[in-house]
Design a protein around this ligand. Structure first.
Ligand code: SF4
Length: 457
């Protein structure tokens, strides 16, 4: 499917992007999550397993496991129509301060455990929601207190998610000062009509302004997020969107394919009108659009380095958070609904601010559910997540887990090879472009039998 179109003015470009938007039988976008963010799937995690988290926290600190710290900011200016996260759009400054205080109390509890005391994070990540919704004072105070508990002097990356409309030059200066190294801008599209129809709070002028400030301030790395197949997306606009992104010269671009999970405004409207497929492009169309975008970025000198990302300079543009997590780093995750893991035990926090704060007020960790993985599940987790990078080395799994992946999954690997998605070389399993464009769908074949039909991954 990969095209070699060399010019955006080529008459073939638009045709290439014009796959049927709503043709019968063409893998319509139905409701549900397809993105594999973790393993085993979240639906297998249970409140009954919370003790396993405490067992790890009461054990000695590990000598050779990297630690990441994540903090979740669940506030947004406005709820996007495709958003399925628990976000709050109506909290005032006092309520936000109370939430940040609760988060610090959570970090304090963790800092007192034998497993985490004295450890310094290799990477820090602020996700949401909208971390950039916080004021300069809130950001400075929050990060100072976090650093007191888990110092950042050995931290290789501090990543921070932003909604462009919340960024001022002053706030970006503060983020630089705090130590943010990877600034991630949720631009999604450069067209104001598409941003409006999909319920985004920002408009393109704010995106351009944020990109300009970020460049002036010299962050180590600026990433922009785009989504292929938002409501009302057209081949012509997608082409323009990709070309605009290239003109802006970000260090990294992350491209998602639009999915419509339950709990979104779009799903609710589908339900009311009795629609089965979502009012967005079908999967072959979205794959073609991302494929075309990857080609354009490659021609502009970028390198595709995962199923979702292109980077300008693969030598200098690393994504420590992703790579460390996919190699089994511990993740201390705080904040409402956030999920992390220690020593092979996954956990997720309470999903609503009320119970989250109540648990912390009563001296408990606000953990809602957990899952204790076994050796085989940890191996599969790393294997499927690393496949998203487009290549894995079987020797890595042999050395770390004593598992011969070629012998462990002979039928699945052969099937994916026959379908043109995988190929094999000397200590390499390579994923083709076609495979990369639908990687999340392909990973389920490596899951243990009992996890295969889970839709919520
Ligand atoms: S900005 Fe992100 S978290 Fe906030 S409503 Fe939109 S999609 Fe959801």
């Amino acid at each position: 499917m990969s095209s070699n179109l060399s010019s955006s003015d080529s008459p073939g470009v638009i045709d290439k992007l014009k796959l049927p938007l709503d043709s019968d039988g063409a893998e319509q976008t139905e409701v549900g999550n397809y993105f594999v963010a973790n393993y085993p799937p979240f639906s297998f995690w249970s409140p009954d397993n919370k003790d396993a988290v405490y067992e790890v926290l009461n054990s000695p600190r590990p000598e050779d496991t990297n630690l990441g710290v994540y903090f979740h900011i669940p506030f947004c200016r406005k709820r996007c129509h495709f958003c399925y996260f628990r976000v709050y759009t109506d909290k005032n400054a006092n309520e936000i301060n109370a939430y940040l205080d609760a988060g610090i109390r959570e970090f304090e509890r963790y800092a007192q455990t034998s497993y985490l005391a004295g450890r310094k994070p290799q990477f820090v990540y602020f996700g949401g929601g909208t971390p950039s919704y916080l004021s300069v004072n809130q950001l400075t105070d929050l990060t100072n207190r976090m650093k007191d508990l888990f110092p950042w002097d050995e931290t290789e990356e501090v990543a921070f998610e932003c909604e462009p409309g919340t960024l001022t030059e002053k706030k970006l200066e503060a983020l630089k000062e705090i130590g943010v190294t990877r600034l991630s801008l949720g631009i999604e599209n450069f067209d104001d009509h598409i941003l409006e129809v999909n319920g985004r709070a920002h408009r393109s002028r704010e995106a351009f302004r944020a990109l300009k400030y970020a460049k002036t301030l010299g962050f180590d790395q600026v990433n922009i997020d785009l989504i292929a197949g938002m409501m009302d997306e057209t081949p012509e606009n997608w082409q323009k969107c990709v070309e605009t992104a290239i003109e802006q010269e970000p260090d990294c671009v992350t491209i998602y394919q639009m999915e419509i999970p339950y709990n979104t405004t779009i799903f609710k409207e589908m339900k009311e009108s009795g629609r089965i497929s979502a009012p967005v492009a079908n999967w072959p169309t979205k794959r073609a659009w991302v494929d075309w975008a990857f080609d354009q970025f490659e021609q502009a000198g970028y390198t595709v380095n995962s199923a979702y990302t292109v980077v300008k300079n693969p030598e200098t543009t690393k994504f420590v958070y992703r790579d460390s997590l996919w190699e089994g780093a511990d993740l201390l995750s705080a904040g409402v609904a956030s999920f992390g893991h220690f020593g092979g035990v996954h956990y997720q926090n309470q999903a609503d601010v009320g119970p989250y704060m109540t648990e912390l007020d009563s001296g408990e960790l606000p953990i809602y559910r957990a899952y204790k993985t076994n050796h085989e599940e940890r191996f599969i987790r790393e294997f499927v997540l690393q496949l998203k990078l487009g290549m894995v080395h079987p020797s890595y799994f042999q050395e770390k887990y004593g598992e011969d992946v070629m012998a462990r999954f002979p039928a699945e690997l052969k099937k994916l090879e026959d379908e043109g998605f995988f190929s094999f070389g000397d200590d390499e399993i390579r994923v083709s472009r076609e495979g990369m464009l639908q990687i999340d769908r392909l990973l389920h074949g490596f899951f243990l039998e009992q996890h295969r039909d889970a839709r919520y991954t």
